[in-house]
Design a protein around this ligand. Structure first.
Ligand code: PXG
Length: 292
């Protein structure tokens, strides 16, 4: 069965799903996106993801031309058309087709794309052994230039940092704010555990307001674990008892080394494991059903 892609109101076969070379998403990175997971036939936190997409679009004065409900329905419909049970859903809204030149007014209609594919899971072994990270020299975009809270098609800041990770042969890296404090990773948020409490940089630091991050903060509250949102230097990562990353693709992934230093005892810690278990229970118990 051919994979079906949602493109501007229609489901089309993958080979037919094409975008113009004049689309400003391609020409200028003028657009927004979302990455969403489906677990066991349900879409996890669909409402939150669509709301974040709408917030990102509003920040660019990009009118998606669809209501919240229509976006949710189109997402579910695309999952259903592809018989997705456990999957990865990618929504992309571009400024649309226009002439050359930055002016968004050249583009009368946005392009809306929804891809529902099967997820390439991280190897389960990663959750047993943990990741090693570096601190990237590429600083996270200043919110005054391009707010990292906007999930825009302009991901070069993250890609430059990711290239540093690849050169260093590690899967992820810590990005600092312009002031030199920890912000987030190239595609994940970061938490440290010190003295039984969680610490994570605040959204105002200039990070993506992660859906997984928010879920972990909620779970911590339910478990009576104190979670503090504050700025901290990378030195606090080095001396933490535990470090983990959160993201739609990663869920919660333990970190066991940073910049050649060993974190904690070099193994995934109890808090990380406990929260990962609780997160997995959550993702498998809630969500918008795909198949009715
Ligand atoms: N920070 C950044 C910069 C991200 O891009 C996160 C944190 C984690 O946020 P969520 O809401 O996922 O918990 C992200 C997420 C992709 C892809 O296709 C990217 C993300 C998520 C899923 C897929 O590259 N980024």
């Amino acid at each position: 069965m051919a994979q079906m892609i949602y493109l501007d109101g229609q489901l089309v076969e993958r080979d037919q799903a094409k975008i113009s070379v004049y689309d400003h998403g391609l020409l200028y990175g003028d657009g927004v996106f979302e990455g969403i997971r489906a677990y066991n036939g349900r879409v996890f936190r669909l409402d939150e993801h669509i709301r974040r997409l709408e917030r990102s679009a509003r920040a660019l004065m990009l009118d998606i031309g669809m209501t919240h409900e229509e976006l949710c329905e189109a997402t579910i419909e695309t999952c259903r058309a592809n018989d997705v049970r456990d999957g990865y859903i990618r929504l992309v809204v571009t400024r649309g087709v226009g002439d050359l030149g930055l002016d968004p007014r050249k583009c009368p209609k946005p392009s809306v794309i929804i891809i529902a594919a099967n997820i390439q899971l991280y190897p389960e072994e990663l959750y047993e052994t943990g990741l090693r990270l570096i601190t990237c020299s590429t600083r996270r975009n200043s919110p005054a230039s391009l707010d990292p809270g906007i999930k825009s098609l302009n991901y070069l800041n993250n890609i430059l940092a990711k290239i540093e990770c690849i050169q260093a042969d590690v899967p992820e890296g810590i990005m600092l704010t312009n002031a030199g404090m920890v912000s987030e990773c190239t595609g994940d948020n970061i938490f440290v555990v010190t003295g039984g409490r969680l610490v994570t940089p605040p959204v105002e630091a200039g990070i993506l307001d992660g859906i997984t991050r928010a879920a972990v903060i909620e779970l911590a509250e339910q478990e009576n674990i104190l979670c503090v949102e504050k700025l901290f230097p990378v030195a606090e990562v080095y001396t933490a008892d535990e470090v983990f990353l959160t993201g739609t693709a990663a869920e919660l992934v333990p970190v066991v080394g940073v910049d050649g230093r060993v974190i904690g005892n070099g193994k995934p810690g109890p808090m990380t494991k406990r929260l990962l278990n609780r997160f997995r229970e959550l993702t498998r118990s809630e969500g918008t059903p795909i198949h009715v």
